[in-house]
Ligand binder design. Structure first.
Ligand code: HEM
Ligand code: HEM
Length: 277
């Protein structure tokens, strides 16, 4: 469902939204109010009313979504949601007649922009990320990666026991704590600047290659480096996986609360224009 909603029925809702936008622009250019264009002309009222209904309908999607257990009907809803929601950029903007100020009306407009921007982010995320997630995971799950990391940790600790104290301590420190997750920013970055496994590898790579190491020790060192490379790669993939999942999720934490605030601000806007204008 994640990608196909955009092309639903040969872009039906993109066409509907495009037509609505073109019609609104044509009416706006054709109408000549006595004042500057604004929300209070016949066209202003018309576009405002259409926008408000559209916004309530878009918000209704949250309720609708939870009612369906099947996937098919939602595809059409989501397609309409995305395209008609974007059409608001034209309809609501022309409603305002480009009259903005520090007031509740412009607050409603700003919140609408925030909802639309987060929605666009979500749509791009839904279209692009599932493929990146699949490529990054290969056939593994995140749990399988974590399990493999801890078994690599065990082997690395074993190997490090035959090496000097510093290496031993660094490998132990790297295996002691799984450096995955953390703060939201850390997860979104997909990186760990203080990665102990990378520090271990850097230390091992800085050791002099010749002299002071017997062949047996050299072989163990080689094994240890290989184990740590593999662990570092898995850690990198696991961090990317968490990053993608966070990106797939985070925008809804803006989209939904901003929708609620938008509805409150819109009610205030409409009440204000009817009672105080
Ligand atoms: C039932 C729906 C709506 C009605 C009846 C309505 C009514 C009005 C009226 C009468 C004005 C003119 C006020 C004036 O001339 O100063 C206005 C302006 C405005 N409306 Fe609406 N509106 C509606 C929906 C919306 C929506 C959906 C938005 C955006 C999310 C919006 C945002 C604005 C803004 C930003 C202005 C300009 C305010 C200013 O002059 O500073 N309105 N609206
Ligand atoms: C003012 C306009 C909009 C409002 C009020 C609105 C509101 C909502 C609500 C309430 C949901 C349900 C979220 C949930 O309960 O999980 C939703 C979902 C969604 N919205 Fe919007 N939306 C608007 C515009 C847009 C736009 C313009 C886009 C994209 C261009 C968009 C993309 C999405 C997507 C992709 C979902 C699906 C989330 C999911 O099913 O996981 N929205 N929207």
């Amino acid at each position: 469902m994640h990608r196909s909603f955009l092309t639903y029925r040969g872009f039906l809702f993109l066409k509907v939204a495009g037509l609505a936008g073109i019609l609104a622009v044509a009416l706006y250019m054709g109408h000549a109010p006595m004042d500057a264009p604004n929300g209070g002309t016949w066209l202003g009222y018309g576009l405002g009313t259409v926008s408000v209904f559209l916004i309530f309908w878009l918000a209704w999607f949250g309720v609708r979504k939870r009612r369906y257990s099947g996937v098919k009907p939602l595809r059409g809803w989501l397609s309409a949601h995305v395209y008609l929601g974007s059409a608001l950029l034209v309809l609501a903007t022309l409603h305002t007649g480009f009259q903005f100020g520090w007031n509740v009306h412009t607050l409603a407009y700003g919140l609408m922009l925030l909802v639309i921007a987060s929605g666009i982010f979500g749509t791009v995320a839904y279209a692009r990320l599932p493929r990146l997630v699949a490529d990054n995971r290969g056939r593994r799950t995140l749990e399988a990666m974590v399990a493999e990391i801890s078994s690599l940790d065990r082997e690395a600790r074993q190997a490090a026991m035959a090496l000097d104290d510093k290496v031993n301590a660094m490998v132990f420190a790297a295996s002691e704590k799984l450096q995955l997750g953390g703060s939201l920013w850390r997860i979104l970055s997909g990186r760990e600047p203080a990665c102990r496994t990378s520090a271990c590898i850097a230390h091992l790579e800085s050791l002099p290659t010749k002299g002071g190491i017997g062949p047996e020790e050299g072989a163990i060192l080689g094994t240890l480096v290989r184990l740590l490379y593999r662990k570092r790669e898995l850690l990198h993939r696991a961090r990317l996986d968490l990053r993608y999942q966070a990106l797939l999720d985070i925008w809804l934490h803006i989209h939904i609360p901003a929708t609620v605030l938008l509805i409150v601000a819109l009610v205030a806007h409409v009440v204000a224009v009817f009672f105080f204008w």
